[in-house]
Design a protein around this ligand. Sequence first.
Ligand SMILES: *Cc1c(COP(=O)(O)O)cnc(C)c1O
Length: 389
Amino acid sequence: MIHPAEFLPFALPDVGEDAIDAVAEVLRSGWLTTGPKTRRFEEAFADFLGEGVEAVAVNSGTAALHLGLEALGIEPGDQVVVPVYTFTATAEVVRYLGADPVFADVDEVSLNLTAVHVERVLTDRTRAVIPVHFGGLACAMAQILELADERGLEVLEDAAHAFPSTAGGALVGNLGSGATAFSFYATKTLATGEGGMLVTRRPEIARRARIMRLHGIDRDAFDRYRSERPSWYYEVVAPGFKYNMTDLAAAIGLCQLAKAEQMRAQREAIARKYDEAFRDLAVQLPAHAPEGDVHAWHLYVIRLTDEAPMSRDRFIGAMSERGIGTSVHFIPLHRHPYWRDRYGLRDEMFPVATRAYERAVSLPIYSRMSDTDVERVIDAVRGLLGGGG
Ligand SMILES: *Cc1c(COP(=O)(O)O)cnc(C)c1O
């Protein structure tokens, strides 16, 4: 039996003493909800992404997706294209607005949505597309944005895995889509426990998201009249949501942001070691970013081939017996009862996603892994998949 202390978890956030001190400082300040730290985090996040971007901090990536889609004007009856190979949040926000997701299969190599996949499922009701940058590898966005432009579609990027990633040399978040949603969930590359950020280059999108993230209260109007109105006064202009970020989360976010590139480089180094170690095994290795682009390496997903000596499920069990946590990204949406039954989805409609799902295993890849941890994963994988290790 393996002692629990020896278990290598699938994911661990890299929270340092600086973040612990920053949270303590917020707690002592007496201001726990959205306040100065959140404002600073929004500014720092926007600065990181570069010129012309505005950032709106919220309490989850799902909230960022919801606000983004709402601000882009999606309404009941509209259709929004989503990849079937994603987390349910990508599609559920479409339903929040009474619209219908339309599911597209993904590219066999990158497991990303492409313009070709989007084009296949367009109808005269299609209003928007939500590309997901799977595992931190950016979609081929130039083609998707061009198609969207031709067909008059809005683009909301689900960048829950893609901080920081680039496409065509520019950071995801500043590629010129309608809006981009990031997640700061505990396992993501920038972790605040729960949290998210909506970023956009369009001021009207940011303004609408700011209103809707806090009960539909119009802050700008409120600020404009502050000199004449009492401090308790505010105006509600829409039935908004309760999606604001706390200063506790923002304090952690600021510390995480300061070392985001360092953590990414550490994950990339692990990915390179894995690539080298698994080259001769019966596995399909994850796709890399095109030359000159940056992969966030949120996930390292291998796919067992037909030649592998065991099934994916047995492999996961055997890794666990060796004290190594793994995961599966994703159970595609057409395999979940709600999506399958509501939209009549079947395996044959999504051959790539179905096949990938049955063979995919996500291995641990995070900056807190030591060289010994990485070696342990390599030895276990090679031992199980017949690498003679
Ligand atoms: C994690 C994730 C989300 C949702 O983010 P939360 O912060 O957990 O709400 C959305 N899309 C994808 C692809 C994700 O992996």
